[in-house]
Design a protein around this ligand. Structure first.
Ligand code: PMP
Length: 360
């Protein structure tokens, strides 16, 4: 007889929780987890492979605990006058966010975000024993500086997480909202810019707000625009004191020598790695226009995905697409589905399949 979770002496606050569960099905068209579906070019792949190969003779030793080269590379990629002391990195921005919550949230503390938002925020919050407090959004999932400040003041949270642009809705977050939330919050304010590279080039990053704001953290990832999800590399920029706090909770040597070598090599080719962003933006906008023509209600998106309403039975539409080899995401928002922008042919396959299955 096998045991179930209920048979284990698991923490009371984890009982009844569900793990992150985006299906990983081997379908030909997988547009469900906002990956960059373009593969890395051969030249860059060769250089990355060469850099990884060089570390193999040193794998008997622990890696550089301070990932010095990688922090330098991120500081110069981000610009904005950032120094390596202001950079931190982890195995995906999920880990970086987890470390932030370990340091600044924890038992007896509260974490606040505007719902619906990235599904991992509540999970990471509960994982560190803190309480997740969900705020609300206005029409079309937008947030105004005034409403945001009022909700943040009322929540009195230890950490506020803003997702810019927001997952799963794609909604842009005006920089004025970040400014007013920072003023209203007593604790840490994290701006998760996982999809920032897909925003219009004139859109200001929260990185511009860092000087003089020691409670502000801007997180990014190589998983999306950089097409590097499998390498698991996320990072943040903040006051150098924040990285000192993260040193208290990270595991020693958390970034393997292989990961550091791969990421530093990839960043040497950042222009080439980001080459596919423009094409993805074209496909994203094509998805929105076509969905509208099909009678759906796509939301404005500054990311590499589109959420759309007007779906009678999301589970059934999702299933019919699945049966045609197209995997998208039921994000749990009633009447809505979300799709990532793929290559031109993947995007065509999705749009054709949706037109064929119709609305369920
Ligand atoms: N933030 C947001 C808003 C995301 O959508 C994701 C991935 N889906 C992440 C963070 C985490 O990405 P990773 O751990 O791959 O960096």
């Amino acid at each position: 007889m096998t045991a179930t979770l209920d048979d284990l002496p698991i923490r009371d606050d984890l009982r009844g929780q569900r793990p992150y569960g985006a299906p990983q099905a081997p379908l030909p068209i997988a547009l469900n987890v906002n990956e960059n579906t373009h593969v890395i070019s051969e030249d860059v792949a060769d250089d990355i492979a060469g850099s990884i190969a060089k570390t193999i003779s040193e794998l008997n030793r622990y890696p550089d605990r301070e990932f010095t080269d990688l922090r330098e590379a991120f500081a110069s990629y981000l610009g904005h006058g950032l120094t390596p002391e202001q950079i931190w990195a982890g195995n995906g921005s999920n880990e970086v966010l987890q470390q932030v919550l370990q340091a600044f949230a924890g038992p007896g503390r509260r974490v606040f975000g505007f719902s619906p938002t990235y599904s991992m925020y509540p999970l990471l919050t509960r994982g560190v024993g803190a309480e997740w407090v969900a705020g609300s959004r206005g029409p079309r999932y937008e947030i105004t500086p005034e409403d945001a400040a009022e909700q943040v003041r009322a929540a009195d949270a230890d950490v506020v997480i803003l997702c810019a642009p927001n997952n799963p809705t794609g909604t842009p977050l005006p920089i004025e909202v970040v400014e007013s939330v920072y003023e209203a919050a007593r604790g840490i304010v994290v701006v998760d810019e996982a999809y920032f590279e897909f925003a219009p080039s004139e859109a200001p990053s929260a990185l511009t707000l860092l000087p003089g704001r020691e409670r502000l953290i801007v997180s990014r990832t190589m998983s999306k625009a950089f097409a590097f999800a499998g390498a698991r590399v996320g990072y943040l920029a903040a006051d150098a004191a924040v990285t000192d706090a993260l040193r208290l909770v990270r595991l020693p040597y958390h970034l393997s020598a292989l990961t550091q070598a791969a990421a530093v090599a990839a960043l040497r080719h950042s222009d080439e790695m980001l080459r596919t962003v423009d094409d993805i933006v074209v496909q994203r906008d094509r998805i929105s226009a076509t969905l509208e023509a099909l009678g759906y209600d796509p939301y404005p998106s500054w990311s590499n995905f589109v959420m759309f309403g007007g779906v009678e039975d999301p589970q059934e539409t999702w299933r019919r697409l699945y049966d045609r080899g197209v995997l998208i995401r039921d994000v749990g928002v009633a009447g809505h589905l979300r799709v990532s922008a793929g290559t031109e042919s993947e995007t065509t396959a999705f749009l054709d399949a949706l037109a064929a299955v119709g609305d369920a």
